[in-house]
Design a protein around this ligand. Sequence first.
Ligand SMILES: Nc1ncnc2c1ncn2[C@@H]1O[C@H](COP(=O)(O)OP(=O)(O)OP(=O)(O)O)[C@@H](O)[C@H]1O
Ligand SMILES: [Mg+2]
Length: 565
Amino acid sequence: MFSIKDLDAKLREIDGRSYKAYKDIQGSYRYGDTILYIDYVQSDPFAPPSRVRVRVPMSKAGFPPFLYQDRRSIGLEDLLTRYARRSIDSFGKDQPSQKKTVMIDAGQQQVLKRSSCKITPDWVEIRLKVELPAAGRRILGRKAYEILGQSLFSKVEEAVVFNPKREQEMTEWVFLFEDQEKIRQGLQEMGLVAFVANGSILARTSGSSDLPLPVSVPFQSPPGLEVELATLHHGPIKGMGVPKGVTLIVGGGYHGKSTLLKAIEKGAYNHIRGDGREWVISSYNTVKIRAEDGRRIQKVDIRYFIDNLPGGDDTQQFSSLNASGSTSQAANIIEAIETGADLLLMDEDTSATNFMIRDARMQSLVAKEKEPITPFIDRVRSLYEKNEISTILVIGGAGDYLDVADRVVMLDSYRVFDVTTRAQEVAKSISSNRLSDVSEHLLEYRDRIIEKVQPKNSARDRVKISAKGLHTIMVGKEAVDLSGLEQLLDSSQTRTIAECLAHLDRYLDGRPSFKKLIDSIYADLEKDLDRATGFKPGFHPGDLALPRKYELAAAINRLPFLQIE
Ligand SMILES: Nc1ncnc2c1ncn2[C@@H]1O[C@H](COP(=O)(O)OP(=O)(O)OP(=O)(O)O)[C@@H](O)[C@H]1O
Ligand SMILES: [Mg+2]
């Protein structure tokens, strides 16, 4: 190991030389007890940035162990990346371009497990990307030392050495995270699938922003659905408990239906204090379902919803390169259930109408034998009663759904009312005249086993897989569109998914079922995100965040070279 003085000397030596000579500084450097690892050096000024880690021994970082015990470490790691982002923010500010020269992958409104900070009982490590400075293609060695030298050490230490002034904030942060997890774990036992606390702010400033709308009507549970949940650190919390079963969210246009559903959909994640959704908590296994025409489908058994397609296409092993609205929505449901979903969320706004409902008039005009689709309205009860899969639906127009609901809540000017009794009366007094499908077709699907994920068998011909922003994964030259995955939040999750796809064949030995495959990849990720990449020496994945199982599975299901046996 070198000392920081050696780094200084090396940078002086290569100052003014061609950019490639930067490679010489790869290695590790000590300053006091803190170590800088320069893992990867970019080959030219326009290449992806260099990657470094700064490791501070716990003897110096000095966190009280209660702050990082058990799963609290996820909360503390997330918070430290935010501190680090704040303290390195000034790097690059003096540049004419103001381009950031040191970057960390820190979170936004949610707390996610990330690879940008790692806490162990022995040390705390921060992982950064650095743009090594150049004039044209010449090394600016002095400038590089200004970034990588003492000032980087002191900025990282400022972020990750325990500061008693921050103790309260840190404690509140990890306690909030812990209580959110506790509520989520307890939902099942209380017979609930989701919880929305009174006082929550659900609306966002705009469609493209995840920040709370400043002037907004706070959530208040209708009395009949109000529950009180115990927490470890925040006393009892009151709010609306959504029980298992079939729940409708109804109400006029623009009254806030989709906003409530979206908050529940994001409630599978933990939000930071001040977000407004910190006490909106839904099941881990909440999956937003939508129509996604154009998606690829590989051998999914969609007979539960769709059978007897014209042209005799097989719906027990349904494949398509360009699915329709209804077939895509059916496949999205079956795949979610295959991975373990216990709560489906659907919004009329983003559903295929003919998948949701066939009303009396259509039933008499188009004979049953001519309609391959059994609409969701005829399956939703059986999904719950036979398979314990609950559904929350936003319904503005399809009143026939009143017949199948356990509960109906109505939004009126952003306020929620329990209108279940009234809805039942309406359903009784105004018949839908539909013939419901009474066939005892049970949900069944076969275990799918993956045959192949790459076009060729030889390692040499592997296709490169990489993430591009939040919603695209490039597989060779082909773009896989993930914009239908509304619960994918952060492009760092997409990067993790891309890494998993690239290393998928490591998990195929023993021919696991699709669900087993997802579970074993996921168990690895939960233990250590770095495993997604196989941690190549000289490369550190400092910009990964944990996706959910469902988004990981969805990406695999859309892979161009996926072959199911
Ligand atoms: N509690 C609230 N306070 C203030 N504004 C809100 C609140 N809830 C939702 N909004 C805003 O109201 C608008 C309409 O909300 P939303 O899209 O949820 O309506 P909707 O009932 O789904 O309408 P549609 O039936 O047309 O789909 C949005 O701009 C949203 O941000
Ligand atoms: Mg809507």
